[in-house]
Ligand binder design. Sequence first.
Ligand code: NDP
Ligand code: MG
Length: 390
Amino acid sequence: MRRVSVLGATGSIGQNTLDLIARRPGDFQVVALTGGHNVENLAEQARRFGAEIAVTAHESRYGALKAALAGSGIEVAAGAGALTEAAARPADWVMSAIVGAAGLAPGLAALGQGATLALANKESLVTAGALIKAEARRHADKGARILPVDSEHSAVFQALTGEDMAAVERIVITASGGAFRDWPLEKLAEATLEQALTHPNWEMGARITIDSASMFNKALEVIETKEFFEVDPEQIEVLIHPQSLVHALVGFRDGALMAHLGAPDMRHAIGYALNWPERAELPVERLDLAAIGGLEFRPPDEARYPALRLAREVMEAGGLAGAVFNAAKEAALDAFMGREIGFLDMARVVEEVLARGVPGLDGATMTLDKVAAADQMGRRAAREIIEAGR
Ligand code: NDP
Ligand code: MG
């Protein structure tokens, strides 16, 4: 019986994770489930899986969660601190599927108690790669390790099994191109929230769906690739692949390319991390390549996707640039979702924030406090720029 916790249990990745866990009754014991506003769903899942504790990130939702779990014997807590404490409860495997920089501290806590951290929260590696990797190393003797869940990174991880990193020449991650890949460039400025919320291939949370349309998601993933696989930025390529069937490719020094293919279903990457190092049967579609017929690839148009250029700048700057970048992106995304700014303004705001400069890292030591300060700086600067433009 493996003890598992799911952080962000009410979200798209969290629900897919629980779907896989539910199919194997008797194999898993659920320790902690966490959510945000959706306490009804959180309570329902906590009862269904017999969780030890259910935590909402928002103190204002405590009463509702407590009421929904009355008589169940399940512990209830609320707030960011409680969330991190829940992640620190002994568990063998913890899914990190909170959206945004809020996922960092709970992920660190999970590693601190020696869990395998299944990392969907790419923001952890983007904002604080050095910190989270150091925490995994520090507690490796207790079993702490990070496994990728982002589909591209899971694909790369699988393609690298048994390989020597020194033989890797390049890593290619694919992108569908998002909702606007075929739109004329001049029309993008008028793209609405509703239009940005339709993804051609993947069912995902609202924020990552919009980030896919703007390619900020891919920008985060390029940085995530650099941090996770510790390759040079020049070794990472992005390829537009409208079908989203090839998730990533690894190129080796002998010219071989190992590609990972699968249906666009996150249960694939989640299931791989859940069962690693074994492969278990998963309820995902089997690809019929003869029926699919053809796969298309093309280079990304940098004029259409400035986020990719900004990711290169961030990798070049290093240190706390990732935290500033992600925070500015989150603030710009909030403003777009609140209809304060237009679609193209998101990249403009983030670019202006980065142009103001990012704090250096003295002593080459990254701490959670320094990351939080850089995050605050990025958010504040983004808000100033957004408000100045109104
Ligand atoms: P969702 O928006 O669907 O879910 C996010 C989860 O985080 C929900 O449980 C939400 O609670 C919770 N949450 C939101 N804000 C906070 C907060 N401030 N503190 C604590 N919890 C919070 O997101 P996804 O499942 O789509 O994505 C989760 C992560 O996985 C992201 O980092 C994303 O980039 C990554 N990812 C997602 C993929 C996908 O297919 N969806 C693919 C690859 C990576 P509530 O809803 O109750 O408010
Ligand atoms: Mg991805």
